[in-house]
Design a binder for this molecule. Sequence first.
Ligand code: AMP
Ligand code: MG
Length: 682
Amino acid sequence: MVDWSGGNDTGKSPRQDAIWACVARMGRAEEPVYLRNRRVAEDWLAAFFDAETRAGRRVLAGFDFPFGYPCGFAKALTGRKDAFAVWGWLTDRIEDTPQSNNRFDVAADINRRFGGEGPFWFNGLKRDIDGLPRRKDSYNNPFPEKRAAEDLAKGAFSCWQLGGTGAVGSQVLMGLPVLSRLKKRFDASVWPFEPLTNSIAFVEIWPSLTLGAGPDGAIKDAWQVKEVARSVSNLEPDVLDRLLEVDAREEGWIFGLGHEAVLVDAAAQPPKLTNDCFALPPGVHWTPVAETLAMLKTRLQPVTPIKTVPICAAAGHALASDVVALRSSPPLPNTAVDGYGFAGSKDAGIHRMPLVEGRAAAGDAPGAVPEGFAVRILTGAALPDGINTVVLQEDVSVQDGEIAFRGPIKLAANTRRAGEDVEKGEIVLTKGTRVGPAEAALLAATGIREVDVHAPLRVAVISTGAELVEAGDQAAPGQIYDANRPMLLDLIRAFGHVPVDMGRVADNRDQLSKVLNAAAKQSDLVLTSGGASAGDEDHVSALLTETGSMTLWRIAVKPGRPLALGMWAATPVFGLPGNPVAAMTCAMIFGAPAMARLAGQAWKEPQGYQVPAGFSKRKKAGRTEYLRARMRNGQAEVFASEGSGRISGLAWAEGFVELPPDAADITPGILVKYIPFGSFLT
Ligand code: AMP
Ligand code: MG
């Protein structure tokens, strides 16, 4: 996205009202680039388009000035009702150097062709120019003041005004020749005059359509251009298509006009994962478990859309922003018990006080109690004025309108301070918290009606392998039942996400690629099982390798084979091992935290406990091992066979014993780390 300028060179150091450009990809913007004059800008744009074309990428380039003039002008000036005819006409006449240009003379030349009083006005030079009015009083415009788009865009300027704060006229005169040359050189398509079929496409933008001036101290143009770039690059392809459906062949149109809410929403959405998000540093061979988790933690981020929902609909979702208490809890000082309220502390000994009439109950507005009196008060009631201490009713005798009790009673006994739980204005829950029953209660208690949350994560599951048949179907010799799919679908549900069943695929690359396409459309993450190594029938890794996004993560873990991680149609894919024990272990150890993160939750470590081993085992140094285990009689038992094909052991187990990479000689009674399966769940 480019914020253009019609003036002269703006000097070495970055400043306002200069040309600013910003590149964004997949919702992530780079730092804005300061371009001191149009020559520098044209060279920078050409080099950028060149590099992107060579890399096989497409560019949607936005420029913040009108690509066309109000209707009738093109025909009157050039004889053709064609915006490009005006581009060519101007390109032939505009002279431009960093120090000076002839825009006012060209504007005057145009005016003289139409009687010399318009359409252009404003003269930024000392000398008068025949045919160019300085002000609007002697002005007579034979054309409409504004394009249809400017009539709709509140605050947009007319392209006929060549100067003054906010004026855009000079930018058009000085910008169209540059676009005209770049269009020719890169065969760019220009919206909305042509279908955007070519790799470089130009659109007209207007940052102020949805943006203010940015934070204090920021250079407005730089900030705006970065925000526009970020949000436009964050639009879903089908939404972008919808925004580009405009019929304005003569005058042109402002991108996003009439769809402002869509742009604002795109700006609020998290960026997409990049294609290289799973890349490992070169030369890495075996990655320890801890390092693998650390990498997933830094590289993954929330991917699901953010929406505002009532707190009752927030359960199961991750908060997309911190939540601040709108009211203190409790809002007023109140009593924690049923009893009698009075003022001050009471020493040892018997105390007697007259009772006021009536009582204070929960929900009553706090009244007032005169000095020396006590009041009957019920749990939850706000303390009346003059009352700060409560004595339990069980400790009081009441007779003839008077209470008596035995001290000592401390000041403020049996009461709750206003805001003792949460103070108004305090952050009650932080971004990334998954809302559960306790969080819902806290939100309600602190006066919150709605929260911003991430939509649930949709996780697609695909089983791969020619040997697989559906559970219960007729199985030929050599075939086995697909055990991973029911397991993974249920794990995803247990993690609190939405499983999407994509079925089974035989070892067939075309078919798998079709299913991956469908899965990427319907989900935010794809889990495959099987075919993830580097063998002949390992089609998951082969296909991900073709996209250039794949890394085979060789993790020093047992059970486990390499994990194939990559991107398919902008959707992350986790290629799990086929072996069910390895698949479930990897799905828990690596999948659970990764999915939580993608769903918008803060990174979480499953909690384990040091417990005495109820088994013996010698372990070599190198890999982290996860033994299928369960707690019995205060000790961790492990499944008799470590064979990684033994699904029965998964069902037997209730958790893992995690043995760190070091060598170990474990005997009964030695402390080992036990992680219950429940630690991986929500
Ligand atoms: P692969 O990773 O494709 O080489 O498969 C490793 C082992 O896991 C092979 O013995 C497969 O038959 C088995 N396997 C793969 N997928 C499944 C599945 N969905 N259910 C049960 N076993 C599987
Ligand atoms: Mg296989």
